[in-house]
Design a protein around this ligand. Structure first.
Ligand code: SPV
Ligand code: MG
Length: 293
């Protein structure tokens, strides 16, 4: 297989599938718009995670199911069009019941993204790091949503990731395993086991019992020092760095603006920020100017 992902929509999804078969860890960067997706690609990531947390924050909103399908679709489509690497759309709870999950699949797949991820929380969901109010949907009901989404696929390559929030909601590894087995039975191609524990122990235990039944995706935000190679050896197939670009951006912009106000001019920040020319390059100015006739 080639080491870099292809451009054609179906091939982008197939490329991830091939990585799973080859046991090549897929490294994914969270993004919230075309620019952050392109920076992820340029940095060497294998794929982009169109993050609900990022897309909401970029709108000045918390990640509480406030935005709807059309807004997430527009954001992930912009990301998909901006890059050649696969985009995985974070579709929250699938925007309703099983019919909505099926519709979600049709709309996101038609946009060209490589796959979607839906999670087993009650709608309206809260971001996994919100301390209170985390509620799970029954596993059986969520399996129905996955089945509906799976059957709605027009292309067999399109990825469907079933995400369990069992650990986030205070359940144990046993319940997470029970749920993930049901989700794969229902048509999920991979499972995302989310945890907000300070270490990877629960995820490691999950992996030990899971025995590589299907590819496993993790989001190691709170257990950031778990080395990705070690994770891959333990049975992880995909690692998503979901929110680091967003957080880096907030820190950088804050520092820049406070320096400008403090110094009364932007002279002192100039050498620490991207030049206008760099922005022209990232946004492919020359290619577009070349279309002038
Ligand atoms: C996101 O990036 O929106 C996610 C991951 O779903 S998390 O914020 O950890 O829930
Ligand atoms: Mg999300």
């Amino acid at each position: 297989m080639t080491t870099s992902p292809p451009r054609v929509d179906a091939d982008r999804a197939s490329w991830i599938r091939q990585c799973f078969l080859d046991r090549r860890l897929v490294r994914v960067a969270g993004a919230h718009d075309g620019l952050t997706a392109r920076i992820a690609e340029e940095s060497g990531f294998d794929a982009v995670w169109a993050s609900s947390f990022g897309i909401s924050a970029a709108a000045g909103l918390p990640d509480l199911s406030l935005l709807g399908l059309a807004e997430y679709l527009a954001a992930s489509t912009a990301m998909h069009r901006a890059v050649d690497i696969p985009v995985l759309a974070d579709c929250d709870t699938g925007f309703g019941g099983s019919i909505n999950a099926a519709y979600t699949m049709t709309q996101f797949e038609a946009s060209g993204v490589a796959g979607i991820c839906i999670e087993d929380k009650l709608f309206p969901k809260r971001n996994s790091f919100v301390a209170a109010g985390q509620q799970l949907l029954s596993a059986e009901e969520f399996a129905g949503k996955l089945q509906a989404a799976s059957e709605a696929r027009a292309r067999p390559e399109t990825l469907l990731i079933g995400r369990t929030e069992a650990l986030i909601c205070g359940e144990g590894v046993e319940e997470a395993l029970r749920r993930c087995h049901l989700y794969v039975d229902a048509g999920a191609d991979a499972v995302l086991i989310h945890s907000k524990a300070p270490g990877p122990e629960q995820v490691v235990e999950f992996l030990r019992h899971w025995q590589r039944r299907a590819p496993v995706v993790i989001v190691p935000t709170t257990y950031a020092d778990w080395d990705s190679e070690e994770a891959a050896e333990a049975g992880v197939d995909m690692v998503i760095y979901a929110n680091h670009a967003l957080r880096a951006m907030v820190t950088a912009v804050r520092e820049t603006w406070s320096t400008v106000l403090e110094h009364g001019s932007s002279a002192t920040v100039e050498e620490n920020i991207a030049s206008v020319k760099e922005i022209f390059a990232i946004s492919q100015l020359d290619a577009w100017l070349g279309k002038s006739r």
